[in-house]
Design a protein around this ligand. Structure first.
Ligand code: ASP
Length: 335
């Protein structure tokens, strides 16, 4: 199928970094020491068709939540915290917020349950940890980190992941904790939509990517997946190279959108490979890769090894934020 990209693909780098963008893909870009941020952070809270007519009050709540998470990460990175510690803490903060589809606010499955996926990756070592289909873990991202650091494996799913959570003694929560009325209503609406043959257009998921002052990159992503998803469905988020990827030689990426598409196109690893092997700028690599998806599929946040930030999506909106040591601090939902 031939797809054109587009104008829908949006890129919002910091102004002073934009001035450094290469003229053409592959052009060498040299940031002077004074230009290059010593730390950078980008976050997202999901992409999709986000209603522009949402009440002002709700809009403010979203902006405040994104700013809170960004401030948390900013404070950590500015004090020299590692990228891995920072992305875990930021994602954990977003998981605890019912407005986002992860942790507390995870969406309902077709069967009226919650099945959460998460992944974390350390770009300095390529160490990574993933969990999928969690039903009782309050903060899936922290369990993913334990998979990375306390097991010899990289991916636990379903009952095995729950068993690992038992062993690690992480905080658990029951269906009451995960019940959020708005999410329940979304499932009912989605069931009706499905019966009418409509394609879902709203996604969720939270993510963070960071470059720390030690020059290391990390990525973390956490999600309840897609509303109305079927039994055992696992999306892109915990699939290393699809929804989550970090490599100090190129960049750190966290995705949000139609997981099946992000898996098919190994979106995160493709962006990283285009930067590392094809010599594209982070912006170009991200734009090209998102252009290969169907319009509306979603987007990514990325931080390069030089601290550049790329926020690229082909959906109507993406909850997002970016900050760096050069004074950038902004959050946005639509263009
Ligand atoms: N990518 C996630 C998934 O497919 C959902 C999302 O980002 O909204 O599970």
């Amino acid at each position: 199928m031939k797809r054109t990209l587009a104008a829908l693909c949006l890129l919002i780098p910091s102004t002073h970094l934009l001035a450094q963008a290469p003229e053409k893909p592959g052009a060498e870009v040299v940031l002077t020491k004074a230009d290059a941020p010593t730390w950078s952070l980008a976050i997202h809270g999901g992409a999709g068709v986000i209603d522009k007519s949402m009440p002002e009050e709700k809009k403010k709540e979203y902006f405040a939540a994104l700013e809170r998470a960004l401030n948390l990460g900013k404070g950590m990175l500015a004090k020299g915290a590692s990228a891995v510690d920072t992305v875990e803490a930021v994602v954990k903060n977003l998981e605890d917020d019912p407005k986002f589809n992860a942790g507390k606010g995870a969406v309902f499955t077709h069967d009226g349950e919650h099945e959460m996926d998460a992944a974390i990756m350390d770009g300095s070592t390529l160490a990574c940890g993933s969990v999928a289909g969690l039903k009782t873990v309050k903060n899936p991202i922290s369990l993913a980190r334990l998979v990375m650091e306390k097991s010899k494996h990289v991916f636990f799913a379903g009952p095995g992941a729950e068993k690992f959570a038992d062993e690690m003694k992480v905080e658990r929560a029951g269906p009451d904790y995960f019940f959020v009325q708005e999410r329940y209503d979304q499932l009912q609406a989605e069931l009706k939509d499905e019966a009418a043959g409509n394609v879902p257009k709203k996604f969720g998921t939270v993510g963070a990517v960071a470059l720390d002052t030690h020059g290391h990159l990390a990525a973390a992503t956490s999600t309840g997946g897609l509303t109305n998803k079927r039994f055992g469905r696992i999306g892109d988020v915990p699939v290393i190279g699809a929804g989550t990827y970090a490599d100090d030689r190129s960049c750190a990426i966290s995705s949000t959108g139609v997981g099946e598409q992000f898996i098919r196109h190994t979106v995160a690893r493709t962006i990283s490979a285009r930067v590392q092997f094809a010599g594209l700028s982070l912006e170009e690599a991200a734009k090209q890769t998102i252009a290969e998806l169907a319009p509306g599929d979603g987007g990514i946040i990325a931080v390069g090894k030089d601290g550049r930030i790329a926020l690229v999506f082909n959906s109507a909106g993406m909850f997002r934020g970016a900050a760096n040591s050069a004074g950038r601090f902004d959050v946005a939902i639509w263009e």
